[in-house]
Design a protein around this ligand. Structure first.
Ligand SMILES: [Zn+2]
Ligand SMILES: [Zn+2]
Length: 334
């Protein structure tokens, strides 16, 4: 079955690069036929679209309808829309407690600015917008699912449960984007990789991923090896393999699924799927369950590489994919 279980609606920081990427989205869908790209009239239309995008916001029909259109084009049957927990103002304390934000520290200043720039929305608005859209998508033959991508921090499990409580999630994704308070996938703080012994860093990272899995809080744990984002990797097969097996066992023993996530493949320097080939093989051998994820942040990236990754899983011998409805797992033949 065709699915994409990891789709974002928006993410700051709100730079000119963000605006340019957003205009690329509009240009990749139907544009009025009389307009020629590069003409003044085309630019006037683009600016009007961008103005509407800013005025109506990312939870509007104006923006969500583009995701629906793309899902129809691709023949997807299930789409899980998520947002990062750190986008919601309700979660401020949770991130302040767990991130390096000290203004006397250069990394702290960068991360503090970043948090202010991305934490712009309300969780309630997001939930209401997606729930409201479900029926419209259903009429077009697509199940729209409500998800959340939650950062896992050791020792803060109870607080996370409280933050997520009371909303009708179809699935909760557990993610590790921070090691000891450092957001390692932020290009502005990537210099910090050079200060670490990579084996120590990967030990810290995978220990956190394993704890996230064993916490039992998540329906699936995302991008299991995203620490490789800027290509800082350990060249020791035995070391890596030991961790792949530890993570695979944790997933299998707890019945927690994972995803094949294309985000790093088409958006980051490493240009590799998560998990990478050897990791993926180990997970399949240990019968871990999978869903598929584009990790798109724009409607035109919806579904990216999900068909290729589905084919890859099939070649490796995987027979079914998992999807989620009100936190109950369903199996679908590939
Ligand atoms: Zn993520
Ligand atoms: Zn994501």
């Amino acid at each position: 079955m065709k699915m994409d279980y990891h789709v974002h609606l928006e993410e700051g920081p709100y730079t000119l690069k963000w605006l340019e990427r957003t205009s690329k989205t509009f240009a990749s869908f139907d544009i009025p036929c009389e307009l020629e790209k590069g003409s003044k009239e085309f630019m006037e239309w683009q600016v009007k679209q961008l103005q509407k995008r800013m005025d109506y916001g990312c939870f509007s029909n104006f923006w969500l309808d583009l995701y629906l259109e793309k899902a129809k084009q691709l023949g997807l049957k299930e789409v899980g829309i998520v947002d990062h927990l750190y986008r919601f103002k309700e979660t401020r304390d949770y991130f302040e407690k767990n991130m390096i934000l000290d203004s006397f520290n250069p990394m702290g200043q960068v991360q503090s600015d970043w948090l202010d720039q991305v934490m712009t929305e309300s969780m309630t608005d997001f939930v209401e917008a997606i729930v409201k859209e479900k029926e419209k998508w259903k009429l077009q033959g697509i199940d729209l699912k409500l998800g959340i991508e939650a950062d896992y921090f050791e020792g803060c499990e109870a607080e996370l449960i409280d933050l997520l409580d009371g909303h009708p999630w179809d699935f909760v994704i557990g993610s590790v984007h921070f090691v000891d308070g450092w957001g390692f996938d932020n290009p502005q703080t990537a210099y910090a990789f050079q200060d670490f012994n990579l084996k120590d860093l990967y030990n810290r990272f995978f220990t956190t991923v394993e704890r996230a899995i064993r916490s039992g809080l998540f329906d699936f744990v995302a991008h299991l090896d995203n620490l490789k984002v800027f290509n800082y990797q350990v060249e020791d097969t035995a070391f890596n393999q030991k961790w792949y097996e530890t993570i695979a066992d944790a997933l299998a023993e707890t019945g927690t699924a994972t995803e094949v996530n294309a985000g790093l493949y088409y958006r980051y320097p490493v240009k590799e799927m998560c998990p990478g080939p050897s990791f993926l093989k180990t997970l399949v051998e240990r019968e871990v369950e999978f869903t598929l994820s584009s990790d798109s942040h724009y409607p035109d990236d919806l579904g990216s590489y999900t068909a290729e990754n589905s084919e890859k899983l099939k070649e490796l011998g995987v027979k079914s994919l998992v999807s989620f409805d009100h936190r109950v797992k369903t199996y679908h033949p590939i």
